[in-house]
Design a protein around this ligand. Sequence first.
Ligand code: FAD
Ligand code: SIN
Length: 528
Amino acid sequence: MQHQYDYLILGSGAAGLSYALKVADHGSVCSITKKNRAESNTNYAQGGIASVVDENDSFEKHIQDTLIAGAGLCHEDVVRMVVEEGPAVIQELLQLGARFTSYNGRLDLGKEGGHSHERIVHAADTTGKEIERTLLQAAEAHPRITILEHHFAMEFITEHHLGQKVTRYDTNTHCFGVYVLDTQRYNVDKILAKTTLLATGGACQVYLHTTNPEIATGDGIAMAYRAKVRVSNMEFIQFHPTSLYAPGADSFLISEAVRGKGGILRNSKGEAFMASYDDRKDLAPRDIVARAIDDQLKKSGEECVFLDVTHIDKNVILEHFPNIYHTCSSYGIDITQEPIPVVPAAHYMCGGVVTDVHGRTSINGLFACGEVTHTRVHGANRLASNSLLEALVFSGRAAEKAVEYAKNTEINLEVPDWDDSGTVNNDEWILISHNKKELQQIMWDYVGIVRSDLRLERAFRRTKLLYEETEEFYTRTRVSVPLCELRNLIGVAYIIIKSAMKRKESRGLHYTTDYPETLDSERKDTVI
Ligand code: FAD
Ligand code: SIN
């Protein structure tokens, strides 16, 4: 089946939905999403959106905090733009009906690591759910927006599918839409569009322990890489210092806002250890806190550290962190009475598909925004709660340019159907789940918080083997979501490992024992 729209959007998180609302007045819009419409990293965001709202705060302070966290790799002009456009995106969300926590008509502002001022706009500790609800409700009410759930984007349609081989990065390449697997009809369809927005989010499912939901398999990055779109800075994977360590808890996040309210990290002896790593103690940027915890665990041989909030008034906990309180209670932990066992977990991808300040990628007609991108805002380590901000600012900027692009574009193409000749339904599904587990373990063991040449080489060799096995399986097997996701995860792992191998220094989130210093000569983006 072939569909055609003016604006095609891959993903229904904050980035995709806010863009949809902006382009919908200019043409037909189709947003595809691989599971149900709300399932996204956005939906799980806790802390909030960083923005200068308080009169005693300033753009300059937010910019400086972002640059410091980013360890010399943020591009200051882009950071300035995002920070200065922040208050407007908060207003837009409020106008759409977002119910953020406020007292006496004033937004309540939280604090997180690396921020020199209270500036996190939030809806208690379920900010993402409130943003997703607000944007979805508005999109569902718009007559020109079609949301197709259970549609899995597989490959971009480019000149490559029209018989001209695209074997390398080429700025004359165009994106005409995607091949998409309808997972309910089990059919591969073609969706053609004048413009396509990539907003498929992150990839932290490539690690064994992650705060990300199962959808975060880096499909967008892998698709982009296969289509020869420029990707960069993928070595900078952010590990959140505090995910819940409890049997069955599946790396549930304990928001950094908890430390912003006075939570203290302690080891099993009860020592508040952060003071010996950084003057900012528990509110140091995330890379520093995660490494400190890693160091504590390696020294003690223990499995977790503890986040202590027992000294904070119970009413404050219940009011600000109801979700965290109730989730911990469901695992038998009363956080007002006992410290919370926590460990770091893979959380956010700072690199991604390279875009300019208008969300344009290196191929024509393909725009991108949100976690899938590298816009040059986050540098070597993202400042807490700057991600939703970046996604919302860039979705507006991408929408403006996509509307211009669509006005000057006609799509009138014969695109071949998906070629599945020679493939069969295979019953060796165990290979997929085993290879996925193995990949996640390799990435966790060798490409984690502390790296070395030896570990990266080991990861590379093992991943190559998984790649060969999976490609061979793929060529003879009918496509399915688990198989495509595995293939994509292997692709993402390869890019992370290659990028990490290229960086011969330690900076921000990339720490290697072979090159512990930060070097001026290495102060550049890693482009793949
Ligand atoms: P997502 O919200 O992840 O949306 C991606 C969409 O793409 C989903 O709809 C998904 O189903 C779809 N998709 C993916 N692959 C395909 C495919 N192949 N085909 C079709 N559809 C596909 N950031 C902050 O700024 N503040 C916070 O407080 C905060 N807290 C967080 C807490 C948690 C637990 C997590 C996991 C992240 C948090 N982050 C936070 C990060 C932030 O939530 C994300 O970076 C941001 O929401 C990304 O938005 P997005 O629209 O780019 O991607
Ligand atoms: C958190 O609430 O700690 C997550 C914030 C973020 O990832 O920016």
